[in-house]
Design a protein around this ligand. Structure first.
Ligand code: NAD
Ligand code: UDP
Ligand code: UDP
Length: 322
């Protein structure tokens, strides 16, 4: 049955894919975004659709709308961007969560929180399971994001216990794909843009740190599945691709797939950069019947295709660095 669905951060990378998916299933979508890291370009194909509505709004302020479901994605996700205005990052996670939970409470609507593997910090348990409490620096440059997202999880569970709000907390692991911003600053977009421009590939540190990369279509599929679970399913639940790679392996794969002559250079590792990350997705498999289907090589080929087109149109400015 068609629903009216609010997506905060809907003009961002993951949000725009989610809006597209929800519209294609016949729903009405209200996309709310302040365009801090998102752009109209990501949702331009939806603007003419009568079932799609766009509202420029900052979630740190109250919002009064009528919807059946809420996906709360508003928050910059790249370290470069969330550290640009760290106070605003914490406000977005914490005040944004309070406002969207207040809205969900009034509407008696289910609300999904885009939480993150960053709640595990620099993890001492590997792979990460949902029961692990994490290893997070509360006062470092990443803390505005990590602690903001942790506090948002606290608020979600308190609104659940105190006000019976139907919550769905999803811990998203590194996700990539078309529509990432060329200046986003995250590793997949940086490496692809550098490879396509025949510039040096910038590895931070020695490149032995690991991440596990999930293609965006898989992620969005897990998101929609979680939202539509029974009320008893609250999460937190890990969603990501458990295939783990070193950053060096990623660099080599991107250079190969982009047919690039770029060479790899090593620069300083940012403060508190997690050494390893891999989701344990047993819970997602069991509760959602979900698992990723797109391997890194296949996903990178699609993402490189997107950036090739973007760069050929001259739409990418200079890249962000930490
Ligand atoms: P993104 O930066 O592309 O999208 C975030 C969107 O939120 C942007 O459109 C931005 O303009 C908007 N936004 C930021 N602050 C806002 C505010 N105060 N009010 C309204 N809109 C605001 O990032 P993304 O990769 O699409 O991430 C989406 C969500 O998923 C984020 O909450 C992020 O923390 C979470 N997440 C993403 C990843 C990943 O690998 N991509 C991993 C873990 C968690
Ligand atoms: N809120 C909102 N939209 C609504 C309902 C609430 O933005 O439709 C905001 C409201 O402004 C408040 C927050 O959500 O700041 C938390 O709401 P709640 O009802 O939990 O708390 P209270 O209003 O009692 O402070
Ligand atoms: N990284 C890198 N070169 C870049 C961008 C990132 O080596 O140009 C590294 C970064 O230090 C980290 C990993 O790649 O170890 C993933 O970084 P990203 O910013 O994508 O995400 P996060 O650290 O939040 O997982």
């Amino acid at each position: 049955m068609s629903k009216r669905i609010l997506v905060t951060g809907g003009a961002g990378f993951i949000g725009s894919h989610l809006c597209q998916r929800l519209i294609s299933e016949g729903n009405e979508v209200l996309c709310v975004d302040n365009f801090f890291t998102g752009s109209r370009r990501n949702i331009v194909s939806l603007l003419a659709d009568p079932k799609f509505e766009l509202l420029r709004h900052d979630v740190t302020y109250p919002l009064s709308v009528e919807v059946d479901q809420i996906y709360n994605l508003a928050c910059p996700a790249s370290p470069v961007h969330y550290q640009f205005d760290p106070v605003q990052t914490t406000k977005t996670s914490v005040m944004g969560a309070i406002n969207m939970l207040g809205l969900a409470k009034r509407l008696k609507a289910p609300i999904l929180q885009a939480s993150t593997s960053e709640v595990y910090g620099d993890p001492q348990i590997h792979p990460q399971v949902e029961g692990y409490w994490g290893n997070v620096n509360p006062i470092g440059p990443r803390s505005c994001y990590d602690e903001g997202k942790r506090c948002a999880e606290t608020l979600f569970f308190d609104y659940y216990r105190q006000h019976d709000v139907q919550i769905k907390v999803m811990r998203i692991f590194n996700t990539y794909g078309p529509k990432m911003h060329p200046n986003d600053g995250r590793v997949v977009s940086n490496f692809i843009v550098q490879a396509l421009r025949r510039q040096d590939i910038t590895i931070y540190g020695d490149g032995r740190q690991t991440r596990s990369f999930c293609y965006v279509d898989d992620l969005v599929d897990g998101m929609v599945k979680l939202m539509n679970t029974d009320q008893s399913v609250t999460g937190p639940i890990n969603v990501g691709n458990p295939n783990e790679f070193t950053i060096r392996q990623l660099a080599e794969l991107v250079v190969e797939l982009a047919n690039s002559g770029s060479k790899v250079v090593f620069t300083d590792l940012p403060v508190d950069d997690p050494k390893q990350r891999q989701p344990n997705i047993q819970m997602a498999r069991a509760v959602l019947g979900w698992q990723p289907t797109v391997e890194l090589r296949e996903g990178l080929i699609k993402t490189i295709g997107f950036f090739e087109e973007l760069l050929s149109q001259g739409k990418a400015a200079h890249q962000a660095t930490p």
